[in-house]
Design a protein around this ligand. Structure first.
Ligand code: ADP
Ligand code: TZP
Ligand code: MG
Length: 263
């Protein structure tokens, strides 16, 4: 685990280009900014090549797309591949809505993603494993999440992050787990979207080791959430969200090393 990648983000301020969703766009932009990278959002297909050209990573969020946006997402994924920019996808609710699953799989047949970041319900759907997903949430299932994540990674030939109480990160062979975090993340819509784009920031400074970038992003994000939760005496979702932004900016590598739990 190379927690020092956090300092590299802060030193080099990489540009993370996002197709976001209207629900969480501001959280995602501010989350990227607070951790030390530079967000840019796009909603116009005509600017795709130029946008990808100025970016150090591309994050595609499938949270609330319309048909024209699917064309835009496709163009963005293809441009990221053509320009050798790291590509992350967040397949929001593909476990709950069959149309979304079909669109996500069609897209991933037409470009190669480097990292998929989803919750258990989403990753199980992409792996073709039975799971009872619930809307944007993970839902429930009794399959081993490590095996689910590995199956998805092998199928899509990329790194997969299956996030949750424990984050599982795998390239289909190697597996890492992050045990930090807080259930307060579940009380803030957009936690997963923020993580996915922050994974993009870590990929941008990773020299092509996306497995390491994905692990480190999970450890840093979950640990920062845990630091905030430890400051609160009770469950306060609003305060959690505001302080999460503060700590994304303030937390040091040493702060994270003190509480990091992973294998
Ligand atoms: N029960 C939990 N305990 C600790 N951390 C959690 C828990 N649930 C989610 N997280 C953390 O919340 C962040 C967002 O993940 P997740 O909730 O799985 O995404 P999504 O919002 O897409 O469903 C991750 O950093 C994950 O580690
Ligand atoms: C509520 C909602 N509806 C469509 S996208 C979205 C946000 C999902 O955010 P996250 O997966 O990060 O909780
Ligand atoms: Mg999500």
């Amino acid at each position: 685990m190379k927690i020092d990648l956090l300092n590299q983000i802060r030193e080099t301020n990489p540009v993370v280009l996002n197709i976001s969703n209207f629900v969480t766009v501001q959280d995602v932009a501010n989350g990227i900014n607070a951790i030390g990278a530079s967000p840019i959002m796009s909603e116009e297909i005509a600017e795709t090549d130029e946008m990808v050209g100025i970016s150090n990573a591309v994050a595609l969020n499938l949270g609330a797309f319309s048909k024209p946006q699917v064309d835009h997402i496709l163009a963005m994924g293809k441009a990221a591949n053509a320009q050798h920019k790291p590509l992350v996808i967040d397949p929001v609710a593909v476990g709950a809505i069959s149309y979304r699953k079909k669109v996500a799989l069609d897209l991933m047949n037409q470009f190669q993603v480097d990292v998929i970041r989803g919750n258990a319900g989403e990753i199980a759907a992409l792996a073709g494993v039975a799971w009872d997903a619930k809307g944007i949430d993970a839902g429930s299932g009794n399959q081993d999440v490590v095996e689910v994540a590995k199956a998805a990674a092998k199928k899509q030939n990329c790194v997969v992050i299956l996030s949750g109480e424990t984050d599982v990160i795998t390239d289909g062979e190697h597996v890492a787990r992050v045990f930090n975090g807080t259930p307060l993340f579940q009380l803030h819509v957009g936690s997963g979207d923020m993580l996915s784009s922050i994974v993009g920031a870590f990929c941008a400074v990773s020299d092509g080791d996306y497995f390491e970038a994905a692990q480190t992003a999970c450890l840093v994000f979950a640990s920062i959430g845990q630091i905030v939760a430890d400051q609160l005496k009770e469950e306060r979702p609003g305060t959690f969200a505001a302080r999460l932004m503060d700590e994304l900016h303030l937390a040091s590598v040493a702060d994270i090393e003190k509480i990091a739990q992973f294998d």
